[in-house]
Design a protein. Structure first.
Length: 391
């Protein structure tokens, strides 16, 4: 049987598909007369909507990519200190962006000196200035000036911020950490675990079992409790699941046993789905908003099976070009994630409204999918110009 490569293109493709679907579900969330199963399930429901499977897939992919990134730095001869600095600065960047996005949700244009859309545009362009993948040929002085402008703009936007209501104005604070913030905390915890235990598969598996056990316990025995940093351990369980699967793949490559991948991944994926369904009655059902174990394990299983399928299609059969149209979403992912913030703020700023037909039903869903493809296309154009974020 054909041997699989040590570096998987399927991870980039899986990330691209997930980002495409994330933009789609975010854009379609305000549509009317669309199938209920497409949107997120309500907080009180014991249910899994299609949109509920996207974010956990992204967390799982963070785990899949994490070992490759850190091991590549080790192979390049990076010191332990520089690798640790890389982990900390990457996490901090995600937390900062997530912190601003959370406060964007509570921004009060009545009390604040700037309109909501203007504040959103400025912080988004500031993110680009700070974390742009600047070319190595650019002078350090010019780069530092641009980064400094971005940092200064974020500080000014924080000073000008007004949230809450006109009667009870609030400053920036953490009600939650936002999508990128959750990814940041999860990445930090899992990357540090990988770093401390040097990526040993047995250790990663034990850490995964501990995280999963905590998630189960906090939704059954210790209901409504949470732990510092990791909360109810749902996000770190998802991310560490990706780390373990990536480690299993690396082990099979090292031992020249990749032919066993199909059996192992199929059992792992199906087994986690079954485990999630079995735990459902005892751990508060299935809910993304409440991050229950049923949601964690079912979504992990689905992602593993999708990953397995893409390994076959992309890495074995060499069909990567089938996904070329969305490839920028896999290589400039953060850029594609932030572009909708510019889109939405411009629509708000100039009072643009879609024709009524594109706010309902099937035509509305087509609009959302077209929006996702256009955003990724723009991300690809920016990537060619070296205008992409790199964290």
């Amino acid at each position: 049987m054909q041997q699989l490569p040590s570096r998987l293109s399927s991870i980039d493709v899986l990330r691209a598909i997930t980002m495409l679907l994330m933009i789609f579900v975010n854009d379609s969330s305000g549509l009317k007369l669309v199938p209920v199963w497409i949107d997120h399930a309500k907080e009180y429901e014991d249910a899994l909507g299609f949109a509920d499977t996207i974010f956990p897939a992204f967390l799982f992919i963070v785990g899949l990519s994490l070992p490759f990134a850190i091991k590549n730095r080790m192979k390049k001869g990076d010191s332990q200190i520089s690798i640790l600095f890389y982990i900390l600065t990457r996490s901090a960047a995600l937390l900062i962006i997530g912190f601003y996005h959370v406060n964007l949700e509570e921004y009060n244009s009545v009390s604040a000196p700037l309109p909501h859309a203007v504040w959103e545009l400025i912080i988004t362009f500031s993110f680009f200035l700070i974390w742009l993948d600047y070319p190595e040929t650019m002078s350090k002085v010019k780069k530092n000036i641009l980064v400094g402008v971005g940092i200064a703009a974020l500080i000014v936007m924080a000073i000008l911020y007004k949230g809450g209501t006109p009667e009870h104005s609030t400053w920036m604070h953490t009600s939650w950490w936002g999508i990128l913030g959750i990814i940041g905390w999860s990445y930090l915890v899992c990357a540090l675990a990988f770093f401390i235990f040097k990526g040993r598969l047995n250790a990663m598996l034990i850490v995964y079992v501990v995280f999963a056990g905590l998630n189960i316990a906090l939704h059954s025995v210790f209901k409504h409790d949470s732990l510092w940093v990791i909360g109810d351990a749902a996000s770190v369980t998802l991310t560490m699941g990706g780390v373990v699967i990536s480690g299993v793949y690396a082990y099979l490559v090292e031992k020249n046993r990749t032919h066993r991948l199909w059996t192992i991944f199929t059992i792992a994926g199906a087994g986690l789905i079954i485990l999630g369904l079995l735990l459902r009655p005892y751990t508060e059902g299935i809910s993304k908003i409440r991050s229950t174990p049923g949601w964690v394990f079912i979504c992990s299983g689905i992602t593993i099976l999708m990953f397995e399928l893409l390994i076959y299609v992309v890495d074995m059969k060499g069909k990567k070009n089938f996904f070329k149209i969305i490839s920028p979403a896999g290589t400039s992912t953060l850029t594609c994630y932030l572009l909708p913030y510019i889109q939405v703020s411009l629509i708000e700023l100039f009072g643009i409204e879609y024709p009524r037909i594109f706010n309902y039903g099937f035509t509305g869903l087509l609009r959302s999918m077209a929006t996702a493809f256009i955003i990724i296309w723009i991300g690809g154009l920016l990537e060619k110009k070296r205008l992409r974020l790199k964290i």
